[in-house]
Every structure is written in C-alpha cells, then in structure tokens.
Design a protein around this ligand. Structure first.
Ligand code: NAD
Length: 459
C-alpha cells in the first residue's frame, strides 16, 4: 500500500539472519549511516501474554489515583531520560534531533492529556432506574492489551496507546516496530523505573510474525495498533471471528490539501511544504496531494518549489540542523523511487525531481509532480517526500478530488472564504479537517482518527 510498483523482498540489512538453529534476532540499523544500533533475540510471546494475564488482577485492583500517580512518575522518568531517548529516536529513525526532542515532549504531554481524557470519557454517572432506585454506569478494564507500534514515531505513538490503557487498569504487552526496538526498550524501561512493573508493561521483541502471534493469542483482550493499512486489514481479518477483542486501528492516509483563493502566497506555500515534507513525508497525516485552483497554480507552485529547493535534508546530528532526514531504510527509498518513476512514465510532469544523492543510503530529496493529466491516479500512501499536484476549476471539483481516495485521515484547506471552508468541512471525508493549517500536527488533546482505510472509528 505504500509503493505503487510490486514489492521486492527486503534487503539483507533489514532482516534477521534466517538460521533455524539459532533464536531469531531483530537488528536495528541507523538509517543515516547503516550502522547497527541495537540487536536482540525475539521474545516468547506466549510467555509474555501469560505474565501480563497474571499481573492483571492486582493492577486493575489498584485505586485509580495510584495508577494516575504512577503514570505521572513515568512522565518524570521520561524527563530524566529525555536526552538519551531523543538521541536514540534520532539515530533509530534518522529524524533530526530537534524533531526527536519534540517527540519526547509529546510523550510527556500525553500523560496529562490521557488523565483528563479518562475523566471526560469514563466519569461515573448515577441514573434513575426503572424500579425507583438509582443505578450507576461504571467502567472496568478489559484485561491484557497488545500494543503494536509503527517506526515513524516509535515512542510517542505506542505511548499514546499504553498510557490510557494503564490508567484504565489494563496490563500491556508492547511490541515496538522491528525497525525501532531500541526506542521501545528505553520507553518500557521508563515505565518500569516509575514503579510500573515489567509484568504490567512488557516490552517484547519481534517483527510481523510475533505481531500476528500477539494479535491471535487467546490471552489478549484488545489490540491497539498504529501502522499501515495493509497490516491493519490483516489484523481485522485475523480477528473477524473474535468479536470479543477490542481492536483499535490507526492507519495511513492519502491526504489532500486544497489550495483556494488567498493573497498570502508565501504563507500558503509554507503550509503546503510543511504538510508534505516534515519528517521527510513519513507522517500519517502528511499531505500527499495538493489540489489547487487553476488561477492560483502558477504563483503558488513557483513559491512551493522555491521553498522546497531550500530544504536541507541530512543526518540527524548534522550542523546546520536539517529540516528532514532519510527514509527508514533502503527498501523504503527504493520503493519511493520506483513509485516516482511510475508516476512520471504514466502522465506525471515533474515539477521537482526526486533525487537520491547516494544509492547506498536512504536519503531522498523533496519531490513534486503534477498528476493532472493522469486519469486513474493510484490511490496509495506514498510514505515519503513526494507531493502530487492536481489542478481543478471549482470547489465542487476540488472536494470531489479530495474525496477521490479510500483513505480518510487528514484534509486541509488553505485560503477561501468561511462559507467555502464550511462547504469543504461538511463534504470532505476525513477524520481531521483543518483550515489554514497544515495537515500534520494534530492536537493531542483532541481525539485523532480517520475513516475509510485510515481507521476504525476508535480514536
Ligand atoms: P507497519 O504496519 O509495517 O507495522 C506496524 C506494526 O505492526 C509493527 O510493530 C509490525 O511489526 C506489526 N505488524 C506487521 N505485520 C503484522 C501482522 N500481520 N500482524 C500483526 N502485527 C503486524 O507500519 P510501519 O511501516 O511501521 O508504519 C508506517 C505506517 O503507519 C504508515 O502507513 C503510516 O501512515 C501509519 N501511521 C499511522 C498513524 C495514525 O495515527 N493513523 C500514525 C503513524 C503512522
């Protein structure tokens, strides 16, 4: 779903050695250099789930105030480890250090917002009962939650599942992405140091196979997943005969940003560049498609290209600090390069070419391609710095083009009148809808979730 051309087997550098005699290992590499960052044997998933089950009754029996106090202590542990955690995120994902620091802040802030969200959503209510007395609506935890994380925000996103699950009284088996286990391990240690035992939040090592085992395990009561639509669909399919399991799917997008009338050309262009190229396009909410009113095209595209030409991409600790880093691995960079060539050879007109300065490393430049002439544009999430442009004539056409996708995560409109924005808001199909804001950077105090292939209505 994140490349147009058929997928190839992953290069050796991304897989553990297939030695049947030895316990399989997961190896994490630094994308910017190819150096090994971390390695560890895959975990015994069955044993981990059984441990979490045994720990559940005692954790659930803790007073809510104790669980809240413990997650606040966790936030303090993250503060103490902030520098190391940010450095590990930067090394493991390749994102610039300033961005890794921002991710650590998000981890810390999520604790207080989860505490208030819990109070908002689960407050006890006393109601009149039919036979004159009163009754109460109260909430109980589910049991053991499996948390499956993606690689792009390897601390913040799993954490956003773990903290609310713990506050509610569930125990957690946390499997980070096989591309970011070092970050996952550090995060889990912060929970444990805060006094939340390694049985209550367990860190397990593994790839898709271990993910599948975890999802299917009888001892797991819920699956809290953030990742690609392909994986989300596989999880949904696997659990089609298990209506008892809670399933939260937060998946990708093919997000539109619609450009309408505005005199502020530079500001508008900056919103587009931020939306498309922050994190090198490796954000679920990144703008993949710029849908632009014909009369705005020349001025805005010239400005976007000027800004994109100035973007510095480089390694996480470079000076001056880069705006964006590399793709997560060579496999991802290969897929995006092939996808860009596919678009080019099927009617796309390059406004700014995708450049890979060194074939042995996954750095890619920002790229912009006009796709107006292509009839059946592929509806896939190109998870990298490629912005597709489509020219339209009126707002109905713009909205219909924005909705021309099976995904529905984020959508933004830049410019236009309040009435035009209201029409956009009412008719665009997306979970997050913004005006004169980038598609990225949703507020973490609001629920975030998508529709269509982007999520299953459980933000
Ligand atoms: P991914 O789907 O490849 O992997 C996510 C997790 O699922 C990993 O831990 C992986 O080991 C596990 N997994 C893989 N196959 C599995 C299976 N069959 N059963 C169970 N578990 C399995 O995702 P990724 O490439 O790490 O992350 C990038 C994707 O995540 C993008 O599509 C992006 O849009 C999406 N994402 C969504 C959000 C959101 O909030 N909606 C946020 C960030 C990223």
């Amino acid at each position: 779903m994140n490349a147009i051309t058929p997928s190839k087997p992953a290069p050796a550098s991304n897989t553990s050695p297939p030695d049947p005699e030895q316990k399989r290992e997961i190896i994490s590499y630094e994308p910017a250099t190819g150096a090994v960052l971390w390695r560890g044997a895959v975990s015994n998933i069955d044993a981990a789930v059984k441990t979490a089950r045994r720990a559940f009754p005692a954790w659930a029996a803790q007073p809510l105030s104790t669980r809240m106090e413990l997650v606040r202590r966790f936030a303090n542990e993250v503060r103490k480890e902030a520098e190391k955690l940010a450095e590990t995120i930067a090394r493991e994902t390749g994102k610039p250090l300033w961005e890794a620091n921002a991710e650590v802040e998000q981890v810390i802030n999520k604790v207080e917002s989860s505490i208030s969200a819990f109070a908002d959503r689960t407050s006890q209510r006393k109601l009149d009962s039919a036979i004159q007395g009163t009754m109460a609506v109260r909430h109980k935890p589910h049991g053991v939650m499996a948390v499956l994380g993606p690689y792009n925000f390897p601390a913040h996103l799993p954490n956003s599942h773990i903290v609310p699950a713990l506050i509610a009284g569930n125990t957690v088996v946390f499997k980070p992405s096989e591309k970011a286990p070092a970050t996952g391990e550090l995060l889990a240690r912060c929970f444990n140091r805060a006094g939340i035992s390694a049985a209550v939040v367990q860190f397990v090592v593994g790839g898709p196979d271990e993910g599948q085992q975890l999802v299917a395990h009888d001892g797991v009561n819920g699956v809290l997943f953030t990742g690609s639509a392909n994986t989300g669909i596989a999880i949904n399919r696997k659990l089609s005969t298990r209506p008892d399991k809670l399933v939260t799917l937060e998946m990708g997008g093919n997000n539109p940003i619609v450009m309408w009338d505005t005199p502020k050309i530079t500001d508008a262009a900056a919103l587009v560049v931020q939306s498309a190229f922050a994190s090198a396009g490796q954000r679920c909410t990144a703008a993949r498609r710029l849908i632009i009113k014909e009369s705005m095209y020349d001025a805005v595209i010239t400005e976007i290209k000027t800004l994109a030409d100035r973007i510095i991409f480089g390694a996480p600790f470079d000076e001056p600090a880069p705006f964006m880093g590399p793709m997560i691995d060579n496999y991802a960079a290969d897929g995006l390069t092939e996808s860009f060539l596919y678009l080019l050879s099927n009617g796309g007109k390059a406004i700014k070419h995708l450049v890979r300065p060194d074939d042995s490393l996954p750095f890619l430049s920002p790229a912009i391609i006009d796709m107006t002439a292509m009839q059946d544009r592929p509806d896939v999430e190109l998870f990298g710095p490629i912005l597709q442009v489509v020219k339209v004539n009126d707002l109905d056409e713009a909205i219909s083009e924005a909705n021309n996708t099976r995904f529905g995560l984020a959508a933004s409109m830049v410019g236009g009148t309040p009435q035009e924005y209201n029409r956009f808001w009412a008719n665009v199909r997306a979970g997050i809808v913004n005006w004169n804001r980038p598609t990225i950077g949703p507020s973490h105090t609001a629920p975030i979730g998508g529709i269509g292939l982007s999520g299953n209505h459980r933000p």
